[in-house]
Ligand binder design. Structure first.
Ligand SMILES: Nc1nc2c(c(=O)[nH]1)N[C@H]1C(S)=C(S)[C@@H](COP(=O)(O)O)O[C@H]1N2
Ligand SMILES: [Mo]
Length: 321
């Protein structure tokens, strides 16, 4: 049993698990053996799939409020769900909302692989089970110098990682988006190498701020925002927040990441929000909050320095950008 040290942003009642609530949220259905034949590795957490996970954009039950909240005006739902980067559905910000309209994120499995004790093929809802769904309001800063404030719903990535029991060899965690050009037509174009991939150092992934998100504004994720499961790392540029995840691998070596592969001098592995390190083609000192007219100053680590700066204590952040 791990002893939980309460962080200042956590609510007092956060350790109280309303077990009956999230049990009742999940109604299970047995997956036919055939559906997963050959796919089941060593340690599926359960052989049940969540039958009643609401469709994309529908209300989620039993979402717990948390004290993760910068206290800034929320970016309206309409903006969060219609101004998107999701190259699998087109490179324009206005394209994913239309391009992903008919994308069905169900059924959805996530393969767990690499240096851990519990590899296997998991229904995505098993992967986040039994952790309570939390609402966390985070600043969301794109590398292109726009930003939003988003009320995400999700589970702590650290909690999920602990249950998968990474071995001592695991130093990084790698994520992959679905590869399916029939369902993600943007993958017919070579604007990026597909599938989209991302990664974190394991200690970054274990930071309490890292979130595996399944929703926003109290509802399941709209497809254009990365349904049914995406990463949110609020102290990093938005491109680290890989969408529609189908595979998670624990690795010994630093994994490749899509934007770094595409243009290494512009996009580093770390991608920490840093107003002092400019992008080669533009300044990162300021950002435009979507919906606002005047630009505002960008904060180091997007304002989360007190929680994460220690992860990079001995590093030259101009070199490891
Ligand atoms: N698979 C995938 N994930 C992705 C992207 C993408 O093109 N494909 N774009 C990234 C970028 S650049 C940003 S800023 C965020 C945008 O997330 P949002 O549309 O929910 O605001 O998603 C990130 N995750
Ligand atoms: Mo971005």
């Amino acid at each position: 049993m791990l002893i939980k040290i309460r962080k200042p942003w956590e609510l007092k009642d956060q350790d109280v698990t309303p077990e009956h609530l999230f049990k009742q949220r999940r109604k299970f259905l047995k997956i036919g053996a055939a559906a997963l034949a050959g796919g089941i590795g060593g340690g599926m957490l359960s052989r049940h799939a969540f039958a009643a996970w609401p469709a994309a954009g529908e209300l989620l039950a039993d979402v717990r409020k948390t004290a993760f909240d910068p206290g800034e005006a929320l970016t309206p739902f309409d903006q969060v769900s219609s101004y998107n980067n999701f190259y699998e559905f087109g490179t324009g910000k206005d394209e994913p909302v239309y391009g992903a309209k008919d994308f069905k994120p169900a059924p959805w499995t996530v393969e767990i692989a690499g240096a851990c004790a519990k590899p296997g093929l998991y229904d995505f809802s098993d992967l986040i089970d039994p952790h309570p769904l939390e609402e966390r309001i985070y600043r969301h800063r794109c590398v292109e110098a726009w930003s939003m404030v988003v009320p995400w719903v999700g589970v702590s990535l650290a909690d999920v990682i602990k249950r998968l029991e990474p071995t001592s060899k695991a130093r990084y965690i790698a994520f992959e988006t679905l590869l399916d050009p029939d369902r993600m037509p943007g993958q017919h174009r070579n604007v990026l190498q597909w599938p989209y991939v991302e990664g974190l150092r394991l200690d970054e992934a274990m930071n309490p701020l890292a979130l595996l998100s399944v929703g926003l504004y109290g509802r399941t994720l709209p497809p254009q925002n990365g349904a049914p499961l995406r990463l949110v790392v609020p102290w990093k540029y938005g491109f680290k927040g890989i969408k529609s995840i189908v595979k998670i691998t624990f690795t010994e070596d630093q994994p490749p990441t899509s934007w770094n592969r595409s243009s290494a001098h512009e996009y580093g592995f770390y991608a920490n929000v840093n107003p002092e390190v400019d992008h080669p083609r533009w300044s990162q000192a300021k950002e435009r909050r979507i919906g606002e007219f005047f630009k505002q100053k960008t904060l180091p680590f997007n304002g989360y320095g007190s929680e994460v700066a220690s992860l990079y204590a001995d590093m030259d952040l101009a070199k490891f950008f």
